[in-house]
Design a protein around this ligand. Structure first.
Ligand SMILES: Cc1cc2nc3c(=O)[nH]c(=O)nc-3n(C[C@H](O)[C@H](O)[C@H](O)COP(=O)(O)OP(=O)(O)OC[C@H]3O[C@@H](n4cnc5c(N)ncnc54)[C@H](O)[C@@H]3O)c2cc1C
Length: 258
């Protein structure tokens, strides 16, 4: 079956949530048939290649909200390397310059990235690229949910980006922060934080996403310490320092699937 064509959307609003995370609200008639309840699913921003005949470049982002009546789609996008234009990929370039009225093609949505809410407890970890999916999970968790969220952010001020709706974060979920001014370095920080937290009783659902090497460190630690059978989990990488998304995906397939 052929995939539906990407939707042509217009930037309606851009709001900084924190120094390094920007909220984009897109609008467009073609959102009228966007599926409902898609928070945590991914869509792909589609960028035409500068070279003729080359396939378009696509970059995944997580749906924060989709309002079909208002024909709006909301994404939170991390800023990176804005001082080094030569290091920017197509999404980074676009995000740094976008303004209301600009248009963009958006494909998807793909699968949601939700935990199994019936687990005994939850361990979720990630960086700014994973924050929108982690927030979507927190919003849907049962009020008596227990566990930990560990979030790595480039600056302490980025903690403001979590923006949980009032009353929506279960009290039993502790939020822990790691500040790493150089994302994609110091790969052991999520792991170290995980090591410092007392593991709860029962079977957790493990959710982790972010920079490949940080996720690998955490995954390897969990593999070594969690008794078999392994608890249910979603462990993925969303980017890799120094590699564009095409090369990152090759590394992810090679290293994370092992
Ligand atoms: C399922 C899924 C959901 C995602 N959801 C989100 C989301 O909601 N918000 C979001 O911001 N990102 C999200 N991402 C991550 C995003 O797709 C990548 O960061 C993507 O590589 C950005 O594309 P680019 O064109 O800017 O850079 P690329 O062309 O892929 O890479 C160019 C350079 O930028 C570096 N780079 C890429 N991303 C980052 C980063 N975050 N920090 C520092 N350096 C970086 C690369 O290492 C490379 O050196 C998601 C990824 C996946 C797979």
């Amino acid at each position: 079956m052929s995939r539906p064509a990407p939707r042509e959307l217009t930037v309606k609003d851009i709001t900084p949530l924190s120094p390094n995370l920007r909220r984009f609200t897109f609008t467009g008639e073609s959102l009228s048939d966007f599926p409902v309840d898609q928070a945590s699913a991914y869509v792909k921003l589609v960028f035409d290649s500068a070279e003729e005949g080359q396939r378009p470049m696509m970059r995944s982002m997580t749906v924060v909200d989709s309002n079909i009546q208002a024909k709006e789609l909301v994404l939170d996008i991390a800023l990176h390397n804005q001082d080094s234009p030569e290091k920017l990929g197509p999404a980074g370039q676009w995000v740094g310059q976008a303004k209301p009225g600009d248009s963009i093609k958006v494909a998807g949505p793909g699968d949601t990235k939700l935990v199994d809410f019936s687990a005994d407890w939850f361990f979720m970890a990630g960086d700014l690229t994973a924050l929108p999916a982690i927030r979507a999970n927190l919003h849907k968790m049962p009020t008596d949910a227990k566990g930990y969220v560990v979030l790595e952010v480039p600056e302490a001020e980025d903690k403001a980006a979590l923006q949980i709706e009032p009353g929506k974060s279960p009290e039993g979920i502790e939020i822990h922060w790691v500040v790493n001014p150089e994302p994609g370095t110091h790969h052991d920080q999520l792991k170290q934080k995980a090591l410092s937290l007392p593991w709860l009783s029962g079977t957790p659902y493990i959710w982790a996403a972010g920079e490949l090497k940080s996720v690998l460190e955490l995954r390897n630690h969990l593999n070594q310490t969690m008794p078999a059978p392994r608890p249910p989990r979603y462990i993925s990488s969303y980017w890799q320092k120094g590699l564009d998304d095409t090369r990152h995906k090759q590394e992810k397939k090679r290293q994370l699937a092992e």
